[in-house]
Design a protein around this ligand. Structure first.
Ligand SMILES: Cc1cc2nc3c(=O)[nH]c(=O)nc-3n(C[C@H](O)[C@H](O)[C@H](O)COP(=O)(O)OP(=O)(O)OC[C@H]3O[C@@H](n4cnc5c(N)ncnc54)[C@H](O)[C@@H]3O)c2cc1C
Ligand code: FES
Ligand code: FES
Length: 489
Protein backbone atom coordinates (compact mmCIF):
# COMPACT_ATOMS: atom_id res chain seq x y z
CA UNK A 1 0.00 0.00 0.00
CA UNK A 2 1.16 3.55 -0.67
CA UNK A 3 -0.45 6.76 0.57
CA UNK A 4 0.03 10.30 -0.64
CA UNK A 5 -1.90 13.53 -1.03
CA UNK A 6 -3.08 14.67 -4.45
CA UNK A 7 -3.26 18.31 -3.43
CA UNK A 8 -5.51 17.84 -0.36
CA UNK A 9 -7.13 14.53 -1.30
CA UNK A 10 -5.60 11.44 0.26
CA UNK A 11 -4.86 8.68 -2.22
CA UNK A 12 -4.39 5.11 -1.00
CA UNK A 13 -3.24 2.60 -3.61
CA UNK A 14 -3.08 -1.12 -2.94
CA UNK A 15 -2.12 -2.25 -6.37
CA UNK A 16 -0.25 -0.55 -9.19
CA UNK A 17 2.52 -1.42 -11.63
CA UNK A 18 5.96 -0.75 -10.12
CA UNK A 19 7.03 1.17 -13.21
CA UNK A 20 3.88 3.29 -13.60
CA UNK A 21 4.94 6.93 -13.95
CA UNK A 22 3.24 9.84 -12.22
CA UNK A 23 2.50 11.33 -15.65
CA UNK A 24 0.65 8.20 -16.79
CA UNK A 25 -1.23 8.06 -13.50
CA UNK A 26 -2.30 11.70 -13.69
CA UNK A 27 -3.45 11.62 -17.30
CA UNK A 28 -4.90 8.11 -17.53
CA UNK A 29 -6.26 7.47 -14.06
CA UNK A 30 -6.99 10.91 -12.62
CA UNK A 31 -7.97 12.58 -15.89
CA UNK A 32 -5.66 15.47 -15.04
CA UNK A 33 -4.50 16.29 -18.56
CA UNK A 34 -3.04 19.71 -17.72
CA UNK A 35 0.29 17.93 -17.22
CA UNK A 36 1.64 17.35 -20.74
CA UNK A 37 3.89 14.72 -22.27
CA UNK A 38 6.56 16.12 -24.57
CA UNK A 39 9.72 14.04 -24.60
CA UNK A 40 9.09 11.44 -21.83
CA UNK A 41 12.80 11.66 -21.02
CA UNK A 42 13.11 14.55 -18.58
CA UNK A 43 14.36 17.02 -21.19
CA UNK A 44 11.47 19.38 -22.00
CA UNK A 45 9.71 20.11 -18.69
CA UNK A 46 6.17 19.92 -20.20
CA UNK A 47 5.26 17.35 -17.53
CA UNK A 48 6.57 19.35 -14.54
CA UNK A 49 4.67 18.89 -11.28
CA UNK A 50 5.57 19.92 -7.74
CA UNK A 51 6.11 17.45 -4.92
CA UNK A 52 5.95 18.78 -1.36
CA UNK A 53 7.61 16.90 1.51
CA UNK A 54 7.90 17.62 5.23
CA UNK A 55 10.89 19.86 5.94
CA UNK A 56 12.10 21.98 8.84
CA UNK A 57 9.36 24.46 9.66
CA UNK A 58 6.79 23.14 7.16
CA UNK A 59 7.09 21.77 3.64
CA UNK A 60 9.66 21.95 0.89
CA UNK A 61 8.27 22.27 -2.65
CA UNK A 62 10.31 20.67 -5.43
CA UNK A 63 9.62 20.64 -9.16
CA UNK A 64 10.10 17.24 -10.79
CA UNK A 65 9.46 15.74 -14.21
CA UNK A 66 6.43 13.50 -13.79
CA UNK A 67 7.35 11.50 -16.93
CA UNK A 68 10.38 10.05 -15.15
CA UNK A 69 8.98 9.83 -11.61
CA UNK A 70 7.53 6.49 -10.56
CA UNK A 71 4.21 6.69 -8.74
CA UNK A 72 5.41 4.67 -5.71
CA UNK A 73 8.00 7.38 -4.98
CA UNK A 74 5.12 9.69 -3.93
CA UNK A 75 4.50 7.71 -0.74
CA UNK A 76 4.24 10.18 2.17
CA UNK A 77 4.32 13.26 -0.09
CA UNK A 78 1.96 15.83 -1.52
CA UNK A 79 1.59 15.98 -5.30
CA UNK A 80 0.56 19.38 -6.70
CA UNK A 81 -0.39 19.74 -10.37
CA UNK A 82 -1.34 22.72 -12.51
CA UNK A 83 -5.02 22.01 -11.83
CA UNK A 84 -4.47 22.81 -8.13
CA UNK A 85 -3.15 26.34 -8.41
CA UNK A 86 -6.23 28.46 -9.08
CA UNK A 87 -8.79 28.78 -6.30
CA UNK A 88 -12.29 29.01 -7.71
CA UNK A 89 -11.97 31.78 -10.29
CA UNK A 90 -8.86 33.37 -8.84
CA UNK A 91 -5.62 32.49 -10.57
CA UNK A 92 -2.44 31.85 -8.61
CA UNK A 93 0.00 34.83 -8.82
CA UNK A 94 2.30 32.86 -11.17
CA UNK A 95 -0.61 32.15 -13.55
CA UNK A 96 -1.74 35.77 -13.49
CA UNK A 97 1.81 36.97 -14.19
CA UNK A 98 2.05 34.61 -17.20
CA UNK A 99 -1.08 36.23 -18.65
CA UNK A 100 -0.01 39.78 -17.81
CA UNK A 101 3.37 39.27 -19.51
CA UNK A 102 2.01 37.39 -22.56
CA UNK A 103 4.12 34.33 -21.75
CA UNK A 104 2.02 31.78 -23.62
CA UNK A 105 1.21 31.26 -27.31
CA UNK A 106 0.23 27.68 -28.29
CA UNK A 107 0.20 26.86 -24.58
CA UNK A 108 1.66 23.36 -24.75
CA UNK A 109 4.65 24.19 -22.56
CA UNK A 110 2.70 26.56 -20.30
CA UNK A 111 1.53 24.18 -17.52
CA UNK A 112 5.11 22.94 -17.14
CA UNK A 113 6.46 26.49 -16.93
CA UNK A 114 3.72 27.42 -14.47
CA UNK A 115 4.73 24.58 -12.16
CA UNK A 116 8.43 25.53 -12.34
CA UNK A 117 7.41 29.13 -11.62
CA UNK A 118 5.31 27.91 -8.70
CA UNK A 119 8.33 26.05 -7.22
CA UNK A 120 10.38 29.23 -7.72
CA UNK A 121 7.66 31.31 -6.04
CA UNK A 122 7.68 29.00 -3.02
CA UNK A 123 11.50 28.90 -2.77
CA UNK A 124 12.31 32.57 -3.34
CA UNK A 125 13.78 34.07 -0.15
CA UNK A 126 11.88 37.16 0.94
CA UNK A 127 13.89 40.32 0.29
CA UNK A 128 15.91 38.76 -2.57
CA UNK A 129 17.18 41.54 -4.85
CA UNK A 130 16.56 41.60 -8.61
CA UNK A 131 19.90 39.98 -9.52
CA UNK A 132 19.30 37.15 -7.11
CA UNK A 133 15.75 36.70 -8.38
CA UNK A 134 16.93 36.70 -12.00
CA UNK A 135 19.65 34.12 -11.26
CA UNK A 136 17.17 31.84 -9.50
CA UNK A 137 14.61 32.36 -12.27
CA UNK A 138 17.06 31.21 -14.95
CA UNK A 139 18.03 28.26 -12.78
CA UNK A 140 14.44 27.15 -12.12
CA UNK A 141 13.26 27.60 -15.71
CA UNK A 142 16.27 26.06 -17.50
CA UNK A 143 14.56 22.66 -17.65
CA UNK A 144 11.49 23.94 -19.52
CA UNK A 145 11.46 24.34 -23.28
CA UNK A 146 9.17 26.63 -25.24
CA UNK A 147 9.08 26.44 -29.01
CA UNK A 148 6.94 29.46 -29.83
CA UNK A 149 6.66 32.26 -27.28
CA UNK A 150 10.35 32.94 -26.66
CA UNK A 151 11.78 33.05 -23.18
CA UNK A 152 11.87 36.78 -22.42
CA UNK A 153 8.14 37.19 -21.59
CA UNK A 154 8.21 33.99 -19.53
CA UNK A 155 11.25 35.13 -17.56
CA UNK A 156 9.62 38.54 -17.05
CA UNK A 157 6.44 36.83 -15.78
CA UNK A 158 8.46 34.73 -13.32
CA UNK A 159 10.36 37.79 -12.11
CA UNK A 160 7.16 39.78 -11.66
CA UNK A 161 5.46 37.00 -9.72
CA UNK A 162 8.35 36.78 -7.26
CA UNK A 163 8.70 40.51 -6.78
CA UNK A 164 6.52 40.44 -3.71
CA UNK A 165 5.94 36.81 -2.84
CA UNK A 166 2.69 36.66 -0.93
CA UNK A 167 1.21 33.85 1.02
CA UNK A 168 -0.97 31.66 -1.18
CA UNK A 169 -3.46 28.91 -0.36
CA UNK A 170 -0.57 26.44 0.01
CA UNK A 171 1.04 28.57 2.74
CA UNK A 172 -2.28 28.75 4.56
CA UNK A 173 -2.70 24.95 4.47
CA UNK A 174 0.99 24.12 4.96
CA UNK A 175 0.91 23.16 8.66
CA UNK A 176 -2.15 20.98 8.21
CA UNK A 177 -0.61 19.22 5.19
CA UNK A 178 2.71 18.70 7.02
CA UNK A 179 0.86 17.08 9.94
CA UNK A 180 -1.10 14.87 7.58
CA UNK A 181 2.09 13.75 5.81
CA UNK A 182 3.79 12.96 9.14
CA UNK A 183 0.75 10.91 10.14
CA UNK A 184 1.13 8.90 6.94
CA UNK A 185 4.81 8.25 7.74
CA UNK A 186 4.15 7.46 11.44
CA UNK A 187 1.29 5.18 10.61
CA UNK A 188 3.25 3.35 7.98
CA UNK A 189 6.44 2.96 9.97
CA UNK A 190 4.39 0.67 12.21
CA UNK A 191 2.96 -1.12 9.23
CA UNK A 192 5.27 -3.71 7.70
CA UNK A 193 3.50 -3.76 4.37
CA UNK A 194 4.68 -0.47 2.90
CA UNK A 195 4.69 -0.42 -0.86
CA UNK A 196 3.21 -3.24 -2.87
CA UNK A 197 4.76 -6.57 -3.70
CA UNK A 198 6.62 -5.08 -6.62
CA UNK A 199 7.34 -1.62 -5.19
CA UNK A 200 9.17 -1.98 -1.91
CA UNK A 201 9.71 0.95 0.45
CA UNK A 202 12.20 0.09 3.22
CA UNK A 203 12.31 2.58 6.07
CA UNK A 204 15.78 1.97 7.52
CA UNK A 205 19.25 0.91 6.43
CA UNK A 206 18.89 -2.57 7.95
CA UNK A 207 15.49 -3.00 6.30
CA UNK A 208 16.98 -1.88 2.99
CA UNK A 209 19.86 -4.34 3.37
CA UNK A 210 17.55 -7.30 4.01
CA UNK A 211 15.12 -6.21 1.27
CA UNK A 212 18.02 -6.10 -1.23
CA UNK A 213 19.22 -9.56 -0.20
CA UNK A 214 15.74 -11.03 -0.44
CA UNK A 215 15.12 -9.37 -3.83
CA UNK A 216 18.48 -9.41 -5.64
CA UNK A 217 16.89 -8.80 -9.04
CA UNK A 218 14.82 -5.80 -7.92
CA UNK A 219 16.08 -2.44 -9.21
CA UNK A 220 17.11 0.22 -6.72
CA UNK A 221 15.42 3.55 -7.22
CA UNK A 222 17.17 6.78 -6.23
CA UNK A 223 15.53 9.64 -8.12
CA UNK A 224 14.78 7.55 -11.22
CA UNK A 225 16.31 10.12 -13.56
CA UNK A 226 18.24 7.29 -15.24
CA UNK A 227 16.17 4.27 -14.31
CA UNK A 228 12.85 5.63 -15.57
CA UNK A 229 14.36 6.18 -19.00
CA UNK A 230 14.73 2.40 -19.34
CA UNK A 231 10.92 2.33 -19.25
CA UNK A 232 10.05 5.45 -21.23
CA UNK A 233 12.85 5.30 -23.85
CA UNK A 234 13.86 1.65 -24.07
CA UNK A 235 10.30 0.43 -23.43
CA UNK A 236 11.41 -2.14 -20.85
CA UNK A 237 9.28 -3.24 -17.91
CA UNK A 238 10.63 -3.08 -14.38
CA UNK A 239 8.85 -5.73 -12.37
CA UNK A 240 10.31 -4.98 -9.00
CA UNK A 241 11.65 -1.72 -7.53
CA UNK A 242 13.17 -0.83 -4.14
CA UNK A 243 12.81 2.85 -3.19
CA UNK A 244 15.78 4.43 -1.35
CA UNK A 245 14.19 7.79 -0.59
CA UNK A 246 12.61 6.81 2.75
CA UNK A 247 15.80 5.36 4.26
CA UNK A 248 16.80 8.25 6.53
CA UNK A 249 20.42 7.06 6.90
CA UNK A 250 20.88 7.42 3.13
CA UNK A 251 19.77 11.06 3.24
CA UNK A 252 22.11 12.15 6.01
CA UNK A 253 25.38 14.05 5.82
CA UNK A 254 27.97 13.58 8.58
CA UNK A 255 31.42 14.99 9.21
CA UNK A 256 33.96 12.23 9.82
CA UNK A 257 37.36 13.82 10.59
CA UNK A 258 38.61 15.44 7.41
CA UNK A 259 35.90 13.83 5.28
CA UNK A 260 32.22 14.34 4.65
CA UNK A 261 30.07 11.23 4.66
CA UNK A 262 27.25 11.95 2.20
CA UNK A 263 24.34 9.51 2.14
CA UNK A 264 23.84 7.94 -1.28
CA UNK A 265 20.24 9.20 -1.57
CA UNK A 266 21.12 12.87 -0.97
CA UNK A 267 19.72 14.75 -3.96
CA UNK A 268 21.96 16.61 -6.37
CA UNK A 269 20.13 19.81 -5.37
CA UNK A 270 21.10 19.23 -1.72
CA UNK A 271 24.68 18.29 -2.71
CA UNK A 272 24.95 21.64 -4.46
CA UNK A 273 23.85 23.49 -1.30
CA UNK A 274 26.14 21.33 0.86
CA UNK A 275 29.26 21.94 -1.21
CA UNK A 276 28.77 25.62 -2.08
CA UNK A 277 31.31 26.88 0.45
CA UNK A 278 33.55 23.82 0.69
CA UNK A 279 33.91 23.09 -3.02
CA UNK A 280 32.36 25.97 -5.00
CA UNK A 281 33.72 24.34 -8.20
CA UNK A 282 31.57 21.22 -7.63
CA UNK A 283 28.64 23.44 -6.88
CA UNK A 284 29.17 25.28 -10.15
CA UNK A 285 29.23 21.94 -11.97
CA UNK A 286 26.04 20.83 -10.23
CA UNK A 287 24.26 24.00 -11.28
CA UNK A 288 24.85 22.84 -14.86
CA UNK A 289 23.79 19.25 -14.07
CA UNK A 290 20.56 18.52 -15.97
CA UNK A 291 17.91 20.98 -14.85
CA UNK A 292 16.37 21.97 -11.52
CA UNK A 293 13.82 19.17 -11.96
CA UNK A 294 16.59 16.59 -12.56
CA UNK A 295 18.69 17.86 -9.63
CA UNK A 296 15.65 17.70 -7.34
CA UNK A 297 15.11 14.06 -8.30
CA UNK A 298 18.56 12.68 -9.03
CA UNK A 299 20.84 11.46 -6.26
CA UNK A 300 24.60 11.34 -5.85
CA UNK A 301 24.46 7.53 -5.43
CA UNK A 302 22.48 7.14 -8.67
CA UNK A 303 25.04 9.19 -10.59
CA UNK A 304 27.79 6.78 -9.48
CA UNK A 305 25.89 3.49 -9.63
CA UNK A 306 24.65 3.98 -13.19
CA UNK A 307 28.37 3.91 -14.15
CA UNK A 308 27.86 6.12 -17.17
CA UNK A 309 31.17 7.13 -18.78
CA UNK A 310 29.74 10.65 -19.14
CA UNK A 311 28.34 11.05 -15.61
CA UNK A 312 29.54 14.33 -14.11
CA UNK A 313 30.34 13.38 -10.52
CA UNK A 314 32.53 10.26 -10.98
CA UNK A 315 35.55 12.22 -12.37
CA UNK A 316 35.19 14.67 -9.47
CA UNK A 317 35.09 11.89 -6.88
CA UNK A 318 38.01 10.04 -8.46
CA UNK A 319 40.15 13.19 -8.64
CA UNK A 320 39.37 14.02 -5.01
CA UNK A 321 40.20 10.44 -3.93
CA UNK A 322 36.73 9.84 -2.52
CA UNK A 323 35.70 6.45 -1.14
CA UNK A 324 32.39 4.65 -1.48
CA UNK A 325 30.74 2.78 1.36
CA UNK A 326 29.01 -0.34 0.07
CA UNK A 327 26.68 -2.62 2.00
CA UNK A 328 25.41 -6.14 1.37
CA UNK A 329 23.32 -7.62 4.15
CA UNK A 330 25.19 -6.79 7.35
CA UNK A 331 28.56 -6.62 5.60
CA UNK A 332 30.03 -3.27 4.65
CA UNK A 333 33.15 -2.40 2.68
CA UNK A 334 34.80 0.86 1.71
CA UNK A 335 36.28 1.08 -1.80
CA UNK A 336 38.29 3.71 -3.66
CA UNK A 337 35.95 5.52 -6.09
CA UNK A 338 38.03 4.67 -9.19
CA UNK A 339 37.96 0.95 -8.37
CA UNK A 340 34.17 0.95 -8.46
CA UNK A 341 34.05 1.19 -12.27
CA UNK A 342 35.04 -2.00 -14.06
CA UNK A 343 33.94 -1.64 -17.67
CA UNK A 344 31.29 0.15 -19.73
CA UNK A 345 28.36 0.46 -17.27
CA UNK A 346 29.81 -2.36 -15.14
CA UNK A 347 30.68 -1.91 -11.47
CA UNK A 348 32.01 -4.04 -8.64
CA UNK A 349 28.56 -4.12 -6.95
CA UNK A 350 27.51 -7.68 -6.08
CA UNK A 351 23.85 -8.80 -6.32
CA UNK A 352 22.02 -7.40 -3.30
CA UNK A 353 24.77 -4.82 -2.63
CA UNK A 354 24.23 -1.06 -2.69
CA UNK A 355 26.11 2.21 -2.16
CA UNK A 356 25.22 3.59 1.25
CA UNK A 357 27.47 6.67 1.38
CA UNK A 358 30.19 8.65 -0.32
CA UNK A 359 33.23 9.66 1.75
CA UNK A 360 34.48 12.95 0.34
CA UNK A 361 37.81 14.38 1.57
CA UNK A 362 37.56 18.05 2.59
CA UNK A 363 39.82 20.66 0.93
CA UNK A 364 43.46 20.71 2.15
CA UNK A 365 46.08 23.43 2.47
CA UNK A 366 47.66 24.25 -0.92
CA UNK A 367 44.95 22.39 -2.86
CA UNK A 368 44.06 23.71 -6.30
CA UNK A 369 40.93 21.96 -7.51
CA UNK A 370 39.01 22.66 -10.70
CA UNK A 371 36.34 20.82 -12.63
CA UNK A 372 35.37 21.64 -16.20
CA UNK A 373 32.32 20.41 -18.06
CA UNK A 374 32.17 20.83 -21.85
CA UNK A 375 28.76 20.30 -23.43
CA UNK A 376 26.92 21.73 -26.40
CA UNK A 377 24.61 23.84 -24.20
CA UNK A 378 25.38 25.52 -20.89
CA UNK A 379 22.26 24.20 -19.15
CA UNK A 380 20.53 20.83 -19.18
CA UNK A 381 23.06 18.98 -21.29
CA UNK A 382 25.27 15.94 -20.80
CA UNK A 383 29.06 16.35 -20.98
CA UNK A 384 31.10 15.60 -24.06
CA UNK A 385 34.10 15.82 -21.74
CA UNK A 386 34.29 16.44 -18.00
CA UNK A 387 37.71 16.98 -16.43
CA UNK A 388 38.53 17.24 -12.73
CA UNK A 389 42.01 18.42 -11.71
CA UNK A 390 43.19 18.16 -8.12
CA UNK A 391 46.72 19.44 -7.47
CA UNK A 392 48.54 20.02 -4.19
CA UNK A 393 50.75 23.07 -4.72
CA UNK A 394 53.66 24.70 -2.92
CA UNK A 395 54.61 28.30 -3.66
CA UNK A 396 58.29 29.03 -2.92
CA UNK A 397 60.00 32.35 -2.10
CA UNK A 398 60.59 33.12 -5.82
CA UNK A 399 56.88 32.70 -6.37
CA UNK A 400 57.45 29.54 -8.34
CA UNK A 401 54.79 26.90 -7.95
CA UNK A 402 55.77 23.28 -7.36
CA UNK A 403 53.29 20.42 -7.69
CA UNK A 404 53.30 18.07 -4.68
CA UNK A 405 50.43 15.83 -5.69
CA UNK A 406 48.39 15.40 -8.86
CA UNK A 407 45.13 13.54 -9.44
CA UNK A 408 43.33 14.11 -12.73
CA UNK A 409 40.21 12.26 -13.86
CA UNK A 410 38.08 12.57 -16.96
CA UNK A 411 34.65 11.52 -18.11
CA UNK A 412 33.71 11.09 -21.78
CA UNK A 413 37.20 9.88 -22.75
CA UNK A 414 36.90 6.11 -22.21
CA UNK A 415 34.33 3.40 -21.44
CA UNK A 416 34.57 4.36 -17.76
CA UNK A 417 35.46 7.55 -15.90
CA UNK A 418 39.24 7.26 -15.67
CA UNK A 419 42.42 8.81 -14.25
CA UNK A 420 45.00 10.38 -16.56
CA UNK A 421 47.95 8.51 -15.04
CA UNK A 422 50.66 9.48 -17.56
CA UNK A 423 49.62 13.11 -17.33
CA UNK A 424 49.72 12.89 -13.53
CA UNK A 425 53.26 11.43 -13.68
CA UNK A 426 54.50 14.45 -15.66
CA UNK A 427 52.91 16.88 -13.21
CA UNK A 428 54.00 15.12 -10.03
CA UNK A 429 56.89 16.98 -8.35
CA UNK A 430 57.34 19.35 -11.33
CA UNK A 431 57.18 23.13 -11.50
CA UNK A 432 53.77 24.35 -12.58
CA UNK A 433 54.90 26.25 -15.67
CA UNK A 434 54.14 26.36 -19.38
CA UNK A 435 56.69 23.69 -20.26
CA UNK A 436 55.32 21.18 -17.71
CA UNK A 437 51.78 21.85 -18.94
CA UNK A 438 52.88 21.32 -22.55
CA UNK A 439 54.32 17.91 -21.70
CA UNK A 440 51.28 17.01 -19.60
CA UNK A 441 48.90 17.85 -22.45
CA UNK A 442 50.89 15.53 -24.77
CA UNK A 443 50.62 12.77 -22.15
CA UNK A 444 46.81 13.02 -22.27
CA UNK A 445 47.09 11.72 -25.82
CA UNK A 446 48.74 8.56 -24.46
CA UNK A 447 46.29 8.23 -21.57
CA UNK A 448 43.13 8.14 -23.68
CA UNK A 449 41.78 6.81 -26.98
CA UNK A 450 38.26 8.23 -26.93
CA UNK A 451 35.54 7.25 -29.36
CA UNK A 452 33.53 9.42 -31.73
CA UNK A 453 29.79 9.56 -31.11
CA UNK A 454 26.81 11.91 -31.46
CA UNK A 455 28.17 14.18 -28.75
CA UNK A 456 31.73 14.67 -30.02
CA UNK A 457 34.44 13.20 -32.23
CA UNK A 458 37.48 11.46 -30.78
CA UNK A 459 39.79 14.24 -32.04
CA UNK A 460 37.59 16.94 -30.49
CA UNK A 461 37.59 15.14 -27.14
CA UNK A 462 41.40 14.91 -26.98
CA UNK A 463 41.80 18.52 -28.11
CA UNK A 464 39.28 19.74 -25.53
CA UNK A 465 40.93 17.78 -22.71
CA UNK A 466 44.32 19.27 -23.62
CA UNK A 467 42.85 22.76 -23.82
CA UNK A 468 41.19 22.35 -20.45
CA UNK A 469 44.56 21.61 -18.87
CA UNK A 470 45.96 24.76 -20.49
CA UNK A 471 42.96 26.69 -19.22
CA UNK A 472 43.61 25.38 -15.73
CA UNK A 473 47.16 26.70 -15.99
CA UNK A 474 45.90 30.15 -17.09
CA UNK A 475 43.42 30.24 -14.24
CA UNK A 476 45.91 29.38 -11.53
CA UNK A 477 48.77 31.48 -12.86
CA UNK A 478 47.25 34.51 -14.63
CA UNK A 479 44.02 35.97 -13.32
CA UNK A 480 43.71 38.56 -16.09
CA UNK A 481 42.74 36.03 -18.78
CA UNK A 482 38.97 35.56 -19.16
CA UNK A 483 38.24 31.83 -19.24
CA UNK A 484 34.63 31.58 -18.14
CA UNK A 485 31.22 31.92 -19.74
CA UNK A 486 28.72 33.35 -17.27
CA UNK A 487 24.92 33.45 -17.33
CA UNK A 488 23.86 36.86 -18.64
CA UNK A 489 22.02 38.59 -15.78
C1 LIG B 1 17.13 15.36 -18.62
C2 LIG B 1 18.29 14.70 -17.94
C3 LIG B 1 19.47 15.41 -17.80
C4 LIG B 1 20.55 14.81 -17.19
N1 LIG B 1 21.70 15.53 -17.06
C5 LIG B 1 22.79 14.96 -16.50
C6 LIG B 1 24.00 15.70 -16.36
O1 LIG B 1 24.08 16.89 -16.70
N2 LIG B 1 25.06 15.05 -15.82
C7 LIG B 1 25.01 13.75 -15.42
O2 LIG B 1 26.01 13.22 -14.91
N3 LIG B 1 23.86 13.04 -15.51
C8 LIG B 1 22.77 13.61 -16.03
N4 LIG B 1 21.59 12.89 -16.13
C9 LIG B 1 21.55 11.51 -15.66
C10 LIG B 1 20.97 11.36 -14.22
O3 LIG B 1 20.17 12.44 -13.87
C11 LIG B 1 22.07 11.24 -13.17
O4 LIG B 1 22.90 10.15 -13.46
C12 LIG B 1 21.51 11.09 -11.74
O5 LIG B 1 22.50 11.35 -10.80
C13 LIG B 1 20.95 9.71 -11.49
O6 LIG B 1 20.53 9.65 -10.16
P1 LIG B 1 19.14 8.98 -9.77
O7 LIG B 1 19.06 9.00 -8.30
O8 LIG B 1 18.04 9.62 -10.50
O9 LIG B 1 19.41 7.50 -10.32
P2 LIG B 1 18.34 6.37 -10.60
O10 LIG B 1 17.75 6.57 -11.94
O11 LIG B 1 17.42 6.21 -9.46
O12 LIG B 1 19.34 5.11 -10.61
C14 LIG B 1 20.35 4.96 -11.59
C15 LIG B 1 20.95 3.56 -11.46
O13 LIG B 1 21.67 3.44 -10.25
C16 LIG B 1 21.11 2.43 -9.40
N5 LIG B 1 21.19 2.99 -8.04
C17 LIG B 1 20.65 4.17 -7.61
N6 LIG B 1 21.05 4.41 -6.35
C18 LIG B 1 21.85 3.38 -5.97
C19 LIG B 1 22.56 3.06 -4.78
N7 LIG B 1 22.54 3.86 -3.71
N8 LIG B 1 23.27 1.90 -4.74
C20 LIG B 1 23.30 1.09 -5.83
N9 LIG B 1 22.65 1.33 -6.98
C21 LIG B 1 21.93 2.46 -7.05
C22 LIG B 1 19.72 2.21 -9.92
O14 LIG B 1 19.27 0.90 -9.65
C23 LIG B 1 19.90 2.46 -11.41
O15 LIG B 1 20.41 1.32 -12.02
C24 LIG B 1 20.48 13.48 -16.72
C25 LIG B 1 19.27 12.77 -16.84
C26 LIG B 1 18.19 13.37 -17.44
C27 LIG B 1 16.91 12.61 -17.55
S1 FES C 1 7.63 15.04 -21.01
FE1 FES C 1 9.46 16.17 -21.39
S2 FES C 1 10.32 16.30 -19.41
FE2 FES C 1 8.65 15.02 -19.12
S1 FES D 1 3.81 28.47 -25.94
FE1 FES D 1 4.00 27.02 -27.53
S2 FES D 1 5.65 25.76 -26.88
FE2 FES D 1 5.62 27.37 -25.47
Amino acid sequence: MIRFLLNKREIVLQDFAADLTVLEYLRNQEGRCGTKEGCASGDCGACTVVVASPAEGGLSYKSVNSCITFLGALHGKQLITVEDLAVENELHPVQQAMIDHHGSQCGFCTPGFIMSMFALYKDMPSGADRDHRRRMTHEYLAGNLCRCTGYRPIVEAALASTEQPRSDQFSIDEKEVAIKLSEISDHDSLDKGIGVEAFLIPQSLSELASTCLENPSARLLGGGSDLALEVTQQLRSLDSIILLDQVKELRQVKRDGNRLEIGAAVSLFDCDKLLQTRYPQISELLQRFGSTQVRNQGTIGGNIANASPIGDLPPVLIALDARLKLQRGEQTRVVIAEEFFVDYRKTILQPGEFISAILLPLPFEGQMFRVYKVSKRLDDDISAVCMAINLGLDRDSQDEIRINSARIALGGMAAIPKRATKCEEILQSAELDASTIDQATQALDEDFSPISDARASAGYRIQVAQNLLRRFHFEVSDNSIETRVEHVA
